[in-house]
Design a protein around this ligand. Structure first.
Ligand code: G3P
Length: 214
């Protein structure tokens, strides 16, 4: 499973890159706005720093606007993936972008049915938002499992990119299902890495060694 970082923050990307865990990055208008400054400069810096795919999201809501923006966003680098919202106009744009070989990530996906439509139209990625579904007492991960079955049934090449991740169990469940990619907030990477028994165990080993050397 590939690990993407769900952020527009360059320091977080550098940290995870140094760990060797940065397979790609996903941004959205909210994450970009948190960084402030000129979004074009920020997007260019992200595309340069990240070796893997970088999702940049369109703001337009009509087919024409999305296609125009997608062409502009794609010019930031060969690694750009254009995020398109899961609305009817987005689906119309998707078909044309697929034909133009611009990579796409269909975002704001909340049901397996939506994912099926995006896959049929040749989306490169679909992003089911598991955390936002869980918050409404719908099981987000169950939908991911159904998407995996559907995509495998028809050999769709669209990759399942699990998004809106809230905790490490989302990561484990996604890996057990066989999701292709998960996009994580920086905090979840830290949570995955840490275990109190590791810290306690290391402290005990070092203390025993120090006593042995005296
Ligand atoms: O980037 C898309 C998605 O991961 C957003 O997640 O935390 O805003 O629900 P969140």
């Amino acid at each position: 499973m590939q690990f993407f970082l769900d952020t527009a923050n360059l320091d977080e990307m550098r940290e995870v890159k140094e760990l060797g865990l940065l397979d790609g990055v996903t941004t959205n208008p909210t994450l970009m706005s948190r960084e402030g400054g000129d979004w074009r400069e920020q997007a260019a810096l992200i595309c340069e720093l990240v070796d893997g795919p970088v999702s940049l999201e369109v703001i337009g809501t009509t087919r024409e606007e999305m296609i125009k923006e997608a062409k502009d966003l794609a010019s930031f680098g060969d690694n750009v993936v254009v995020k398109i919202p899961m609305i009817a106009e987005g689906l119309k744009a998707l078909k044309e972008l697929h034909e133009r070989e611009i990579k796409t990530n269909v975002t704001l996906v909340f049901s397996p049915g939506q994912a099926l439509l995006a896959a049929k139209l040749g989306a490169t990625y679909v992003s089911p938002f598991v955390g936002r579904l869980d918050a409404l007492t719908h099981n987000g991960i169950e939908g991911v499992d159904q998407m995996r079955t559907m995509f495998d049934n028809y050999d769709y090449k669209t990759k399942i990119l699990v998004a809106s991740v809230r905790h490490p169990m989302h990561v484990l469940d996604s890996a057990l299902i066989g999701a292709d990619v998960i996009t994580l907030p920086y905090s979840t990477i830290t949570q995955l890495m840490k275990h109190p028994l590791t810290d306690n165990g290391l402290a005990a080993f070092l203390a025993d060694w120090e006593a042995f050397q005296k």
